[in-house]
Design a protein around this ligand. Structure first.
Ligand code: AKG
Length: 315
């Protein structure tokens, strides 16, 4: 019975009907892209079939040759420039020492405080979701000008912080693309920054990723038989999606890299880069980290799995 309710789209639409403030940004975008929807309507990739959406600059052109033409890129320090140059080819960029050790200590103290005060709680077992809405300090780290600036250079347009997730231990999350969780039309208008909040140790459930995998087709509900109907979400759970991604990795024999980050390092990933958390081998190890997800302002943003538009809170 509960499972049926979870799949019933009307429940979400009714909820969203009362969330106009967080959804009204979509009204002009629906018009722009010729989508006949209400702000509270369910949304999925099926709705965009046949609509034209332009790819972002470095999904079309090679960042190695094109980035140096951007004056904002040329104003970055050399270390950051070098990290960003292979973006089109690799789909990720690592900037070492992005946060200073004392900034990281402040973040960790703030996370401890939020947990102790009960202002945040654990979701999905080991995640603290949206702590940016509970803490100015965390919000300011994710929304800091230098980070927003780098993301905007990589996507060729302005991005806005949407969401944060904090971990004290490894996520244990199987490989996925964020684009099935935070989906955009046109595709590719999400970007993420993962920050190590301590030196990451082998066996702690390190972040992993597959260089170049962002160039593969985006895997959406239809690609694992989970479209559903006008009234209901598809029948499959998230494990079916993860199995579908693993098949893609196996069939294409993709090569994985594991990020043994130092405290304060940041890894920025493309909307469609396949990534996840390694198994936790040593249960005694922590893996403190924080990830921020950003959307561009000109895209329609939604959640493919639950077929809901993304609610955007203003800070
Ligand atoms: O931190 C991790 O292990 C994975 C995080 C992740 O997959 C995400 O935030 O999209």
């Amino acid at each position: 019975m509960l499972e049926k309710l979870r799949r019933f789209k009307f429940t979400y639409s009714l909820y969203n009907f009362f969330k106009k403030d967080e959804l009204k940004h979509n009204i002009p975008l629906f018009e722009k892209y010729g989508l006949n929807k209400k702000y509270y309507s369910p949304l999925s990739s099926e709705d965009f079939k046949g609509l034209e959406g332009e790819k972002n600059i470095y999904d079309r052109l090679d960042s190695r040759t094109e980035l140096p033409k951007d004056p904002d890129f040329r104003n970055l320090d050399t270390k950051t420039q070098e990290a960003l140059l292979p973006w089109s080819e690799k789909g990720f960029a690592i900037i070492e020492g992005f946060l200073t050790p004392s900034e990281v200590d402040e973040v960790n103290a703030e996370v401890d405080r939020l947990i102790a005060s009960g202002e945040v709680s654990w979701r999905y077992g080991n995640k603290i979701m949206f702590a940016i809405h509970k803490s100015d300090l965390l919000y300011r780290i994710g929304a800091r000008d230098k980070l927003i600036h780098i993301m905007s250079i990589l996507l060729g347009k302005k991005v806005t912080l949407f969401q944060s997730i904090n971990f004290l231990t490894g996520s244990r999350q199987r490989t996925h693309s964020d684009s099935v969780h935070m989906t955009t039309f046109p595709e590719g208008n999400l970007i993420a920054a993962w920050i190590a909040l301590e030196d990451i140790k082998a066996g702690s459930g390190e972040l992993h990723y597959y260089p170049g995998s962002h160039k593969l087709p985006y895997i959406m509900n239809a690609d694992y038989g989970n479209v559903g109907s006008k009234m209901m979400l598809g029948p499959y759970n998230y494990g079916h999606y993860e199995d579908r991604i693993q098949k893609e990795i196996d069939d294409r024999q993709l090569e994985k890299e594991v990020f043994l980050a130092k405290k304060g390092d940041v890894l920025i990933w493309h909307a469609n880069l396949l990534h996840g958390g390694e198994p936790v081998v040593d249960e005694n190890l922590t893996r403190k980290s924080m990830v921020f997800h950003y959307y561009t302002d000109d895209a329609i943003c939604y959640h493919e799995i639950t077929q809901r538009p993304s609610l955007k809170k203003t800070h």
